[in-house]
Write a protein that binds this ligand. Structure first.
Ligand SMILES: Cc1ncc(COP(=O)(O)O)c(C=O)c1O
Length: 449
């Protein structure tokens, strides 16, 4: 029976062949950390990611079939590479020669800004009138988008959204895609956190909701090594997108993609065809049950995205960061915490004991008197854009204390390490509102032109 894992089958055969390795990598397959014998390079028969015609092409096709895409590309450098590729495809396939313009809400990952910088893309930000207490969340609605699109002087080349976000909020991708279609603008989705959404009882994957391209960090939610990501191109996409995709990815990528990561993406495809989908569905049910239990224990949890448990502990007297420390004492490490919340990411590879430990830990955690929060939700400031991202990035610049940055133009994206959502973007003028938010994220220095 076919295991649907052509890359792994090839590597296993090579591993067992006893061939003397007079090729890269320098470890020659000798075991130092454990995986060296499977860490190969582009030898005969092993195909080449950016001009794939053999085992890698076959593996990508198998994954494409599972996702129902016209084409799925493997990335071994995360969605960071897939996002730049997606933007690159839009720019490369643009026919009218004018500057490329993309519309996006403000909660983009830094990879998007880097892509716009490298490709010299202009961005028009979609702001909403909803208060927020964090940069990760956008809350854009189909109406917000419709209004922004209607006001655009020039039809943008794409709309780009992030869904799910780092905290597990999901946008209404289906309705947003309908708005995009009515304006004839392609929808690109950063679905880094949602590779598994395809496999729920009812798919919530962006491709099934009408997205034209999306990226999935397979490594975030599926059993894939860190760095494994997909770029999916939807059926009925322009043929130029399909033709230019690999070449565009290679523009940003290493010429030595990791076979360990490709083999891991390939193996995941085999697992999906062999029971993993059922396990994902069972896991989504388990997470919902655990959320209910935690709510009954008096902890506010939110599970809009089915495999994330986001706990908001303010009413029990804890900040998210404090609760994360409490969980660490119970030998539980979260994905992310900030003032408001703790984000726990679950997968079918968490076992019953993990969930029991979590429930016991929160059951044992003494609730305290809630302290008044001085961090009130705020409206994201709409910064004045003084020049393009690329022009600002490549201008001479220097680092100054944020208080001295008032009125100056930002030269480097400013992000806090996680969730890597930029607070200020190159080309924007820094004002008091922005300075307040920078300090809130404990950022005290900034590069300005
Ligand atoms: C929303 C979002 N997009 C993109 C990325 C980049 O993904 P990767 O780590 O696969 O490069 C991340 C990483 O955390 C993310 O949270």
């Amino acid at each position: 029976m076919s295991k649907n894992t052509p890359v792994n089958d090839y590597i296993t055969e090579y591993e067992n062949s006893g061939v003397a390795r007079f090729h890269i990598p320098g470890h020659k397959g000798r075991i130092l950390q454990g995986l060296e014998s499977r860490d190969i390079t582009e030898i005969k028969g092993a195909d080449y990611l950016f001009e794939a015609t053999g085992i890698i092409a076959k593996s990508e096709e198998l994954t494409s079939e599972i996702y129902g895409s016209a084409k799925t590309l493997y990335s071994t450098e995360g969605s960071t590479l897939s996002i730049k590729t997606m933007l690159g495809i839009i720019k490369t396939c643009k026919k009218d020669g004018s500057r490329t313009l993309v519309l996006a809400p403000r909660n983009v990952h830094k990879a998007f800004i880097d892509g716009c910088c490298l490709l010299d893309i202009d961005v028009k930000w979609i702001y909403t009138d909803r208060l927020t207490s964090g940069l990760c969340v956008s809350f854009i609605t189909p109406d917000n988008l419709k209004q922004t699109l209607a006001k655009c002087d020039k039809t943008p080349d794409a709309v780009y959204i992030t869904s799910p976000d780092y905290l597990g909020n999901m946008a209404d991708v289906e309705q947003i895609s309908k708005v995009c279609k009515s304006f004839g603008v392609p929808l690109l989705v950063d679905n880094a956190h949602g590779a598994y959404l395809k496999f729920l009882e009812k798919s919530l994957h962006p491709l099934d909701m009408g997205a034209d391209m999306c990226v999935d960090s397979a490594h975030k939610t599926l059993p894939v090594y860190t760095g494994g990501s997909y770029l999916h191109i939807a059926k009925n996409s322009p043929k130029e997108w399909l033709q230019s995709a690999k070449e565009t990815m290679s523009l940003f990528a290493s010429t030595s993609p990791s076979y360990l990561i490709m083999a891991s993406l390939d193996r995941c495809c085999g697992e999906l065809k062999n029971g993993l989908i059922d396990s994902i569905r069972a896991c989504a049910k388990k997470v919902a049950e655990v959320a209910t239990t935690l709510n009954q224990l008096g902890w506010d949890t939110k599970t809009a995205e089915p495999l994330k448990l986001t706990v908001y502990p303010a009413k029990n007297g804890y900040s998210g960061d404090e609760l994360a420390d409490v969980l660490r004492e119970h030998k539980i490490e979260c994905e992310y915490s900030d003032t408001d919340c703790v984000v726990l990411m679950c997968s079918p590879f968490n076992d019953e004991k993990d969930y029991q430990r979590l429930v016991l830990a929160l059951n044992d955690t003494t609730k305290k008197q809630a302290e008044p929060i001085d961090d009130k939700p705020y409206l994201l400031p709409q910064a004045k854009v003084k020049m393009s991202i690329r022009q600002a990035y490549f201008s001479p610049h220097k680092k100054v204390a944020v208080d001295e940055a008032r009125g100056r133009i930002c030269a480097r994206p400013v992000v806090s390490c996680q969730p890597s959502v930029p607070i200020v973007i190159p080309g924007e003028q820094i004002d008091d509102e922005i300075i307040k938010i920078l300090k809130r994220y404990s950022i005290f220095y900034i590069d300005v032109i």
